[in-house]
Ligand binder design. Structure first.
Ligand code: NAP
Length: 490
């Protein structure tokens, strides 16, 4: 029978190093707060370089043993971890909502989404094949085998506190790597709970180590991993500036890197689109997690013939969205994560208003609910000079841009340094083929707003980073290829 925990039993406040819960070396702590109320949920370990080093030491000791386990034994551990996540989906979902703010249904959905990667990579662990290379010379046999890269450092953001770290730890463990990790300052509790369940599932001491740190200490703590030649890979999800910093600072020890970075997703609605489907797709893609998602449409290009009709349909549906704390079962949009986030949203909307957008709905904070709430917003007549056209808003704001010709929409969609997700709606098969090929993005949604799946390769191009998470490609980032050449066989 798989153990089920109460929410309070899942809250951990120490680091997890070498199979034990330990306070930070400096004894410091920082507050984790509920973004809906500002209340302190827990005071947890504030780690620095000494804690990062202790985690690496443990991971280095554990690596040879874990690397040499049979793949099916690693798979069995991951399957037990998956079962524990599913059995505790309600409590984990509530923990996500508590520290991150998303509605309860979304918190639970995130647990199942993150767990799906664990099950997927459990199976993939048993399918790490190599190649026998066709013979080139008599007496020589050449082959390629795959080996775990070594110690992996995983650094994750606050917007999906469970899924983002699960989809890094699962492939790393499946490949035979050991892991050191640091979740975001705002949402470390879910990651710590996940590690607790991994330990219970049988992940051996030292194989998975997690430290928490305040924003102030994140640099020194992670910096120790960047400089340590024993850490062979950094897997990071977060903003593009921090991704670039990690790439620069880890160059001294030439680590393998996976960088899942920021997006600025275009969403194009052509005159020939099914408008109801486009509005439904927009709601799914944009308003999940209150718009705090890297694949959220940030710029919406609508062709002139359907512009006003699409704007009306969308504004009506958006105005009906229920904004409330996660504890309200009817909530569809919760609070934003923190004051910095809500200030950025307000700055983008104020800038757009000062440059002439029409506010069709929303466009304001909701102080009656609390300091971190913003009304779901639709803005018409947006233009490329506005801040929300060039930067991720990361909130519930839809700016509508008008276009006349297909080439104009594609040029505008690609006119960004980013290339994570993109979306378009059209019912013309030739246009679908043309546009899908021309969009510069790692992910293209065609008449579809919900793209996430553990079976699909998730990742970006351009300054949205490199590497892929999920799918049959997802393990490659955690493996290196060794070429074996055996002579004297005649
Ligand atoms: P962030 O500021 O880049 O932070 C991400 C992680 O890096 C956090 O753990 C953060 O710690 C840590 N960090 C920040 N500065 C650091 C430094 N100097 N040295 C070492 N670690 C550092 O990003 P965020 O605001 O949490 O997340 C939002 C961004 O993530 C958006 O741009 C979004 O598009 C992107 N994202 C991308 C994907 C994807 O798959 N491509 C998925 C989700 C989110 P602290 O929390 O302590 O600052």
């Amino acid at each position: 029978m798989t153990q089920q925990y109460e929410l309070s039993e899942l809250i951990r406040s120490d680091n997890f190093i070498d199979g034990k819960w330990v306070a930070s070396a400096g004894g410091k702590r920082f507050d984790v707060t509920n973004p809906a109320t500002g209340e302190v949920i827990a005071q947890i370990a504030d780690s620095d370089a000494a804690d990062a080093r202790a985690a690496t030491d443990a991971a280095a000791r554990a690596f040879p043993g874990w690397r040499d386990t049979l793949p099916r034994d690693r798979a069995a551990v991951l399957h037990r971890w998956h079962a524990l996540m599913v059995a505790n989906a309600d409590a984990l979902g509530r923990l996500i909502s508590l520290e991150q703010g998303k509605p309860l249904a979304e918190g639970r959905g995130e647990v199942m989404y993150g767990a799906s990667y664990v099950a997927w990579f459990a199976d993939e662990a048993t399918r790490i094949y190599g190649d026998i290379i066709p013979q080139q010379q008599r007496g020589k046999r050449m082959s390629a085998i795959k080996e775990p890269v070594g110690i992996v450092a995983a650094i994750t953001p606050w917007n999906f506190p469970l899924a983002m770290i699960a989809r890094k730890i699962a492939p790393a463990l499946a490949a035979g790597c050991t892991v050191v990790g640091k979740p975001a300052e705002d949402t470390p509790l879910t990651a710590l709970a996940l590690v607790m369940l991994a330990h219970e599932a049988g992940v051996p001491a030292g194989v998975l180590n997690l430290i928490s740190a305040s924003r102030e200490n994140a640099g020194p703590a992670v910096g120790d991993w960047l400089a340590d030649s024993r850490v062979r890979k950094i897997t990071f999800t977060g903003s593009t500036p921090v991704g670039k910093y990690l790439a620069r600072e880890s160059a001294g020890t030439l680590k393998k890197l996976s960088l899942e970075l920021g997006g600025n997703a275009p969403f194009i609605v052509f005159d020939d689109a099914d408008l109801d489907a486009a509005v439904t797709g927009m709601l799914a893609a944009k308003f999940r997690n209150g718009g705090q998602t890297c694949v959220c449409p940030n710029r919406v290009y609508v062709q002139s013939g359907v512009y006003e009709r699409f704007a009306d349909l969308l504004a009506t549906r958006v105005a009906a969205l229920k904004v409330a704390p996660a504890t309200d079962p009817a909530a569809q949009i919760g609070p934003m994560i923190n004051a910095r986030a809500i200030d950025k949203i307000a700055r983008h909307v104020d800038d757009a208003v000062s440059r002439g957008v029409r506010v069709l709905t929303g466009g304001k904070r909701l102080p009656e609910l609390g300091p971190n709430y913003y009304a779901p917003t639709v803005l018409a007549d947006a233009s490329p000079d506005m801040q929300l056209s060039c930067e991720e808003t990361f909130g519930p704001v839809v700016p509508l841009f008008r276009f006349d010709h297909e080439a104009e929409a594609i040029h505008a969609a690609n006119d960004t340094p980013f290339g994570l997700a993109s979306y378009f709606y059209s019912q013309d098969v030739r246009r679908i083929d043309r546009v899908a090929r021309q969009l510069e993005a790692g992910i293209v949604g065609i008449n579809e707003g919900a793209l996430a799946s553990e079976a699909a390769p998730f990742g970006g191009v351009k300054e949205s980073g490199y590497g892929r998470e999920g799918s049959k490609y997802g393990l490659d980032d955690y493996l290196s290829i060794k070429y074996l050449c055996q002579g004297g066989l005649e």
